[in-house]
Design a protein around this ligand. Sequence first.
Ligand code: GBH
Length: 475
Amino acid sequence: GNPDYRDSGLQFPDGFIFGSATAAYQIEGAADEDGRGPSIWDTFSHTPGAVLDGDTGDKASDHYHHLEEDLDLMQRLGLHAYRFSISWSRIQPTGRGPVNEKGLAFYERLVDGLLERGIRPIATLYHWDLPQALEDEGGWTNRETAYAFAEYARIMGAALGDRIDTWTTLNEPWCSAYLGYGSGAHAPGRTDGAEALTAVHHLNLAHGLAITELRKVVTNDPDFSITLNLHVVRGEGAGGPEAVRQIDGLGNRVFLGPLLKGEYPADVLADTAAITDWSFVRPGDTEIIHQPIDVLGVNYYSTNLVRLWDGETPRQNADGHKDAAGSPWPGADRVEFVQQAGPYTDMGWNIEPAGLEELLVSLSEEFPDQPLMITENGAAFPDTLVQEADGPAVHDPLRTDYLQRHFTAAHRALARGVDLRGYQVWSFMDNFEWAYGYSKRFGIVYVDYDTEVRTPKDSALWYAKLVATGIIPAA
Ligand code: GBH
């Protein structure tokens, strides 16, 4: 039958790492301060028409100027871990060359502030904000970007390599490559399938090179990881299995293959042969990419339903790329994304906790020795701040319900033997939701963008109970 994904009273194992996540460009603001150089997201968000309502990350949640307050709030909620990203162009304003000490000092303060409060730092080196100067030389289509990234990783490893609990190289290279260079929905807004596939490989290579450099300089035996947005793909109709194979290939196996098996999937190379000959993969590259990682980060929000287009009826693309200039799925021209039955979040993504359980179980079946961590899960809903007798509040029962169901799914995966180490809720606070600007609120903490005042939502108070007890509370 259909399991109820709202069980409460379920206990997580001791040592399970409950935390929450953010990303630099989405929260920091202070875009021009302390020597920070521009990134592709500054350029993109300042390009008319690129981001809804012309929103930019110039100020964002102003985390750069609210650091102590935000750290105190994390401590109040009892978080075990905080997953944040480092802005490369704060460290190296042009992506190369000497360290900008003021930019580095911010992350020193952040990490030290976490450790003082007993919160584990999970640092992501790259959450989409490539220094613009590197994009001017071709960005991720240029192999040199991978080497520049490795140099930046070495700098960060040397500076913080005695204090970081988990190093994550890249967040969701799928988005960087296919939304950045394929559909054009994300920075740098390019729309070329061959460029997107080139970017896939250079991102994979950057991961491998960065891990190699980090291992040379860190001193505290941290965990090394990468975070992928893996796609749970289901098929519809006679062409369903073929459509699933193509999307699973471009969405999942093109990353998991080199990373965990040391080779690119042959079927993906064949599917895309008319677009590129993959000659950008040089001898030795897959060996660099294929290194043991301590934990694989998994971001999960929703599922995908696909089928083969009949070539006649109006084409459906419910993954959101129907309005984009290009396709985020190079070579999969016959695949249609089918609108699924709700309920949906404010992003229009269908809510399906069973997909999380399915994803975790299938990963652990395929890679039984690979520990996993949910590095993002959460939901956008339209929230409103209300004034109550005892102060401001945000009642967000839909988000609490979403989280309760997904924690239940994660617990079920654990009960089925999955080696799941922790769960980072997206997001710690409301922030700049990329192409959607400030119109979508993912935070468990509400941010008033006029005053930058923070208010924990009801979902944050619910989560604090889960973190404190290890037991999923009733919603
Ligand atoms: C994550 O991306 C990001 O890491 C985070 O920064 C972001 O704020 C958060 O999730 C919420 O969006 O892209 O239209 O084809 C998740 C990105 C969302 C990419 C679902 C694939 C499918 C629809 N993924 N998306 S579309």
